[in-house]
Design a protein around this ligand. Structure first.
Ligand SMILES: [Zn+2]
Ligand SMILES: [Zn+2]
Length: 621
């Protein structure tokens, strides 16, 4: 949702961008120059200067500099302005200009007739993340939205960036054209912040070509690599080839994977950009599972090259960074990307059929056992993104019981929709076709709707229309029941088309009595969530109670589920918890089994036709 005044700016800027494209080096209307320095890495303070030339008719009006409240790709509201300090403004003759802080995110400068306004500020950054930025003695790694202010009303204007690295540190990003480059031109601020950048003395770069495009794998390792980097680069190439085989050639000439192995057991992220991605793994490459986790993130983020960064919900760019995002489309943007992230690991040969199907079954278990699945639809989950996507909460919430994530939910909608379309059309159409149709109609062929990007965004109804057209049957009922409402997806029908079935069995430990317990210490279990209308809630147990005994037995990390599993529905067991400074005794009356395992199995009677459909689905051929 873009505020109306900005629409006028957008229309104007389309003309500017078109002429900029036609004559690449023409001077933009408002050259806005950014300079980034980092003279004291241990302070974690990025030093930013922004120079704006004001045309005569603007040099007596206040000019506002604004820090975004959040960053594209992560929808929690973080208020990056909280880390800004020492904001100053001067004129071309270095005279101090008056600065007024207008609100939490906005600084207003009175030019007083100056033709150049130069502002400077420092911004603290010490998080290695696709959303935030980090400056320390190892490196500088930034996500532009968390450090670069925009000039209010001038986001569409061309910008220039100069980086002053510490001596011996090298700069790299997805728009680097030559070694030693320290200056970049961007068509607008949105593309500036879409270009995450790494600056350090010791990152490595491997390069490969696929389909006539160049791919760079930049790795910064803070722990041992165990000699795995060459294999990692080869497997990334396999993923790239599998995805290009589905979509066709990507629009860019070069693409950069910026990968950190943080080795801090804390930092982990993946963030998509137009010509690059930032991937941060919390372990060292040499450690078990880290290589595989990295490939999983690579497959997800690279799929975003098409789904999200170019084919996008209508509200995904240009953005209004003064308010949280509102879109109903993240179950497609993130959920379908999660589905294809897995499928592409299979199609590239990195996973086998069993690994892929096991991953789908795990997601089914996650969704079907979440109480929020019956309360929150896929569309509503998308609208709740500012609350659920890594959003910080000072106030306690009930979101664990009421919300679901659009990542796994959208993954399952994609999986089931793909199989229904493949099955009902006897393999003539698939979700692959639908996604290609969407890309063509909204990205490649629609007139540009703004300065920001080619084409226009879509609405859920557009996908419903395009999917129904390609499938040859009406998907209206599917969207109504599984996208806008909370019905259980038709897994049985979907899997049957490819000779599979979903097996649901009671878990070995069938109860958790509606409470989630975390054992920091093997002997002290803290109740972190109590499900609504559950045995735990009926017994008066609450989050933050510390569970001591059940049925007279001391509860430990190892014994808790086993003790619970001894009871049958209807049994009553005394339970003791510590709440603040008191010890409380109550009775837990067990309910029906609530924990199930899911497995996807080959059907013994699968026909040759169903097996052929399955092979086409999993291989992409
Ligand atoms: Zn780094
Ligand atoms: Zn994603």
């Amino acid at each position: 949702m873009i505020a109306p005044p900005r629409k006028l700016i957008s229309a104007l800027s389309i003309i500017i961008i078109f002429s900029a494209v036609a004559a690449a080096q023409e001077t933009p209307l408002h050259p806005i120059a950014y300079r980034l320095s980092m003279s004291r890495p241990a302070s974690h303070l990025f030093e930013v200067e922004i120079t704006a030339e004001l045309p005569d008719h603007l040099n007596d009006k206040a000019i506002e500099f604004q820090m975004a409240k959040w960053s594209p790709g992560r929808y929690g509201v973080f208020d990056f302005a909280k880390n800004v300090q020492e904001f100053r403004a001067v004129s071309e003759s270095n005279a101090r200009l008056a600065v007024t802080r207008v609100d939490g995110q906005t600084w207003s400068v009175a030019p007083g007739g100056a033709s150049i306004v130069k502002v400077s500020y420092k911004v603290f950054g010490n998080d290695l993340s696709g959303t935030f930025s980090q400056l320390d003695t190892n490196h500088a790694n930034y996500n532009g939205a968390s450090i670069f202010m925009y000039v209010v009303g001038h986001k569409p204007d061309a910008v220039k960036l100069t980086i002053n690295p510490p001596a011996g540190w090298k700069i790299v990003n997805g728009r680097t054209e030559r070694p030693g480059q320290t200056e970049w031109q961007f068509p607008n601020w949105d593309v500036l912040i879409d270009t995450p950048t790494e600056i350090a003395p010791d990152w490595t770069q491997d390069t490969f070509s696929a389909g006539g495009k160049k791919y760079h794998v930049v790795v910064h390792s803070f722990g041992p690599e165990g000699g795995k980097r060459p294999a990692l680069v080869r497997d990334i190439e396999r993923i790239v080839r599998a995805q290009v085989a589905m979509w066709g050639p990507p629009e860019f000439e070069e693409y950069t994977f910026l990968i950190h192995f943080a080795a801090d057991d804390r930092s982990g992220d993946g963030m998509e950009h137009l010509n690059s991605t930032q991937i941060i793994e919390p372990g060292a490459l040499a450690e078990p599972g880290i290589y595989e986790a990295c490939l999983g993130t690579v497959s997800h983020e690279f799929f975003h090259v098409w789904n999200v960064k170019r084919l996008r919900p209508g509200e995904l760019g240009p953005w209004d960074f003064t308010r949280p995002l509102t879109t109903r489309g993240l179950w497609v943007a993130e959920g379908f990307t999660t589905y294809y992230g897995h499928l592409m690991l299979r199609r590239s040969g990195i996973w086998d059929d069993a690994q892929f199907l096991k991953q789908q079954a795990l997601t089914i278990e996650r969704i079907e056992s979440a109480p929020g699945s019956r309360l929150m639809s896929a569309e509503e989950s998308s609208l709740s993104a500012p609350f659920v996507d890594d959003a910080p909460h000072a106030q306690l919430t009930n979101l664990q019981n009421t919300s679901i994530s659009y990542y796994p939910k959208g993954q399952l909608i994609g999986l089931v929709m793909d199989l229904l379309v493949r099955g009902r059309t006897k393999g003539k159409s698939s979700l692959d076709d639908i996604m290609r149709d969407m890309y063509e109609e909204f990205y490649l062929k629609s007139p540009n709707s703004s300065y920001y990007l080619r084409g226009r965004g879509y609405q859920t109804e557009d996908l419903e229309r395009v999917a129904s057209r390609r499938a040859g049957f009406d998907l209206g009922d599917f969207f109504k029941r599984y996208v806008r409402d909370v019905e259980v997806l038709p897994y049985e029908e979907a899997f049957a088309y490819v000779g599979l079935r979903l097996l649901k069995t009671q878990a070995k430990e069938p109860y958790d009595a509606g409470m989630r317990i975390e054992f920091e210490d093997p002997r002290e279990g803290l109740i972190v969530n109590v499900e609504n209308d559950s045995p735990a809630e009926n017994a008066g147990l609450q989050a933050n109670d510390e569970i001591l005994t059940l049925g007279g037995r001391a509860v430990t990390r190892d014994s808790w589920m086993k003790i619970l599993a001894r009871y049958k529905p209807g049994d009553s067991a005394p339970v003791t918890v510590r709440r603040d400074r008191r010890t409380i005794k109550t009775n837990l009356v067990l309910g029906q089994p609530e924990r199930f395992d899911y497995r996807i199995q080959e059907r013994a009677d699968a026909s040759a036709e169903e097996k052929t459909l399955r092979a086409a689905w999993l291989s992409g051929r």
